[in-house]
Write a protein that binds this ligand. Structure first.
Ligand code: FAD
Length: 388
């Protein structure tokens, strides 16, 4: 059955595009597992997936949030690490546009770099000293004013996609202004280095290494935004709907586990039975629970995305509770989908010869991408308490 989330011809062609790409990258998943998913990312770049959310008039594919999620879910089902690498880029490219965070000229130049030079962007905010940037800690990375620009020095960890990034949004404290700046840093600038520190049980192929900046000169015009320490930048002023690339990616992991469990239940027939295990009541109950998890998570995720796409820019921030709830529900559903799939498969599920061990490890990472559960629950509680 075709996905009921496909609303029209345009969605359908995005889905067909993503399914074609998913078929190409699927084979790379196991080979890439312990090092950067370079092969899968290269295949996606060859197919211009980095242009997914760039507007059509600037040479991109013009996907809105909803369509980006349809694509991310499919790429992630085939290769979760490659999907997360691309997800940050296509998400930020969408978010910058929707929030009008950059001048039209700067965005047009970035789009041109994406079209002609495979530009890839990510935001590197996390530092060992601050933990998650979403909690508002002041960066220890500093930007010191010099003639014509700034010199940035510091260290950012968890820099997903670092091997292929060309543009990096770096947060740094500006001591002379007592404010935090967000700078657009070219990875090929002198003083930028990637230290290959990424060694994770989850999303192992994302190349989320350490970005080391040593006296990196950034011209004045590449200070893209600034704010008081602890306050959000302009590109977050619309609630950051683009962050839904994260739950879509982890739902993709849940889908991969589900597909494996379904096929196993259809075909595995031990000689104690006269039929495959898919006919056993306890197996059917687990398969049914997986469907409930998946349907409820997808219904909420896509409903919120559709409303976000339709909302006036000024009304989007008011959806921050819905966005956070969609992320919470989808990442938890994905965790349960993987767990239930493993229970369906039984002991074989822990063998490296099945994809389930990788799904089990990958899906866990969703808890540690923003917004984190405690922030979501506390925000929702606050919104509920404030409502009449
Ligand atoms: C696969 C993956 C890819 C990532 N890619 C990127 C990326 O590209 N760029 C990037 O910048 N980051 C990235 N991150 C990092 C992510 O955004 C977080 O910074 C990181 O996971 C650490 O978050 P944390 O909340 O566990 O850490 P911490 O903030 O160190 O928190 C550790 C523990 O302390 C608690 N805690 C800490 N401070 C507070 C507080 N103020 N209030 C309440 N509780 C607190 C947390 O709840 C948690 O239990 C990535 C993470 C993952 C898992």
């Amino acid at each position: 059955m075709r996905d009921p989330m496909i609303r029209n011809q345009e969605d359908d062609s995005f889905v067909s595009y993503a399914e074609e790409l998913a078929a190409k990258v699927r084979g790379c998943a196991e080979a890439d597992e312990h090092h950067f998913a370079g092969e899968a990312v290269a295949l996606l770049l060859d197919a211009s997936y980095n242009l997914l959310t760039i507007p059509k008039e600037l040479g991109g594919r013009g996907a809105n949030l909803y369509q980006m999620l349809l694509c991310q879910e499919r790429i992630a089902e085939a290769h979760a690490s490659a999907a997360l690498v691309m997800g940050w880029h296509v998400g930020i490219a969408l978010g910058l546009r929707l929030a009008n965070a950059w001048s039209p000229a700067r965005y047009a130049q970035f789009a041109k770099d994406a079209v002609h030079a495979r530009a890839m962007i990510n935001a590197c905010g996390t530092e060992p000293e601050t933990g998650s940037p979403s909690r508002g800690g002041r960066p220890t990375t500093t930007a010191v004013k010099v003639a014509g620009g700034f010199k940035i020095t510091g260290r950012k960890t968890w820099a997903t996609g670092s091997p292929v990034l060309t543009h990096i949004l770096v947060s740094a404290y500006m001591p002379d202004r007592a404010r935090v700046g967000e700078f657009l840093v070219r990875k090929d600038s002198p003083g930028v280095a990637i230290e290959e520190t990424w060694d994770s049980m989850s999303m192992a192929g994302t190349g989320s290494h350490t970005l080391r900046l040593t006296d990196v000169f950034v011209p004045d015009e590449d200070l893209t935004d600034e704010a008081e320490p602890g306050k959000k930048m302009k590109r977050s002023a619309d609630g950051s709907g683009w962050l839904l690339h994260i739950p879509a990616t982890y739902l993709g992991v849940g889908n991969e586990a589900r597909a494996y469990a379904l096929e196993f239940a259809r075909t595995y027939q031990p000689n104690s039975l006269s039929h495959p295990i898919g006919q056993l009541p306890h197996v059917r109950e687990k398969l049914g629970q997986i469907e409930i998890e998946r349907m409820s998570a997808r219904t909420l995720l896509y409903q919120v995305a559709e409303r976000y796409d339709r909302a006036e820019p000024a009304d989007r921030l008011a959806m921050r509770g819905d966005l956070a709830a969609a992320k919470y529900v989808a990442t938890h559903a994905a965790l349960r989908m993987v767990d239930l799939s493993m229970r369906v498969v039984g002991g074989n599920s822990i063998l490296h010869s099945t994809p389930l061990a990788r799904c089990y490890r990958d899906v866990r990472a969703g808890l540690h991408n923003p917004p984190m559960d405690d922030s979501t629950l506390s925000m929702l509680a606050g919104l509920a308490l404030e409502s009449s």
